[in-house]
Design a protein around this ligand. Structure first.
Ligand code: HEC
Ligand code: HEC
Length: 262
């Protein structure tokens, strides 16, 4: 009590106040949870990734990170590099290096470790939507005309170029989509300028289980909405990506580049 009173009086005239009293131990620093633990990586994820990749790793605008098949396929070093350096020309920001308020490299390595160890564990016998097809997009691979045929047979029902062309669109009640699986176009040049070629490939290989997008294992939809079980192989994935990319040719202005880079 008395010390407190002295201190209270003291602080009015002395700079520094009670924290500088000789012999007083420093306040405990906030405990730092190691980033390679489940709680540690989740704290960083919530602060730095959740806004775009979704709370708890799902249902964001950008692809889910809580996807064991995906985290098992993308090499750890690539996961580190993409997170550290971002994806130029897209909304994936640089998170390390000379970014503003960077995550230091050693913390980032642990963060990746924590994420893969927590969200990247496949249960024994768990089906893999990717069927083990590799993560990496190889520029120039695939055949756009073969991709067009596959797209027509398996994708167009859910991704009509215009909603009206879809069987799931109720022509008697314009503006009503009768099937919630029907989503927007993925061959729209305005969409394609927001995402990289790799993003298109990752979407096709792993799908988005959180939103109902099948991975390479399917099942897909025929143009009239029937289920198509036949899966995609690696060649078909490359063909589909080549097909989607080909729509970047219809670029709205001459000043912008086809690959989405600034
Ligand atoms: C059963 C319906 C369905 C089928 C079949 C389907 N998709 Fe999708 N697709 C979705 C849904 C749902 C999403 C998530 C949309 C969102 O992000 O809101 C999606 C997302 C995507 C995206 C990523 C969009 C983004 O978020 O940037 C791409 C690319 C894509 N699909 C391509 C394809 C291709 C190629 C095929 C055929 C092999 C295909 N889809 C088949 C339903 C489907
Ligand atoms: C401002 C939004 C935003 C934030 C914040 C963000 N991302 Fe992303 N991220 C994106 C977008 C958009 C893409 C797709 C980029 C593209 O088109 O390739 C992406 C792509 C990625 C990819 C590559 C996905 C693929 O195509 O295989 C990884 C990995 C990734 N982000 C991890 C992270 C991690 C980890 C964090 C947090 C430390 C994070 N991101 C924070 C928006 C964001």
């Amino acid at each position: 009590m008395r010390l407190g009173l002295i201190c209270l009086l003291g602080t009015t005239v002395l700079v520094g106040g009670c924290n500088d009293l000789p012999g007083k131990p420093p306040p405990n620093p906030a405990p730092v949870i190691p980033a390679n633990t489940s709680a540690g990586f989740e704290a960083i994820y919530a602060e730095r990734c959740a806004g775009c990749h979704g709370n708890n790793g799902v249902l964001g605008a950008a692809r889910p990170m809580r996807d064991a098949d995906y985290l098992q396929s993308i090499p750890r070093e690539t996961l580190f590099a993409v997170t550290r350096n971002g994806v130029p020309g897209t909304r994936m920001p640089q998170m390390g290096g000379d970014a503003v308020d960077p995550i230091p490299d050693d913390v980032l390595h642990k963060f990746i470790e924590g994420m893969v160890d927590t969200w990247g564990v496949l249960k024994p016998g768990e089906p893999r939507p990717s069927r083990g097809i590799a993560w990496k997009h190889v520029p120039g691979s695939g055949d756009a005309s073969r991709g067009a045929a596959i797209f027509e047979a398996k994708c167009v029902y859910c991704h009509p170029a215009q909603m009206k062309a879809s069987a799931a669109y109720d022509l008697d009640r314009p503006g009503t989509v009768t099937d919630p699986l029907v989503v927007g176009s993925v061959v729209d040049p305005f969409y394609l300028r927001l995402v990289s070629d790799q993003h298109l490939r990752s979407s096709v290989v792993y799908g988005r289980a959180d939103l109902g997008m099948p991975g390479a294992a399917g099942p897909f939809r025929s143009p009239d909405g029937k289920e198509v079980a036949e899966p995609l192989d690696a060649e078909a994935v490359a063909d589909l990506v080549a097909y989607m990319i080909s729509f970047r040719d219809e670029w709205p202005t001459r000043a912008e580049k086809k690959d989405g880079a600034p």
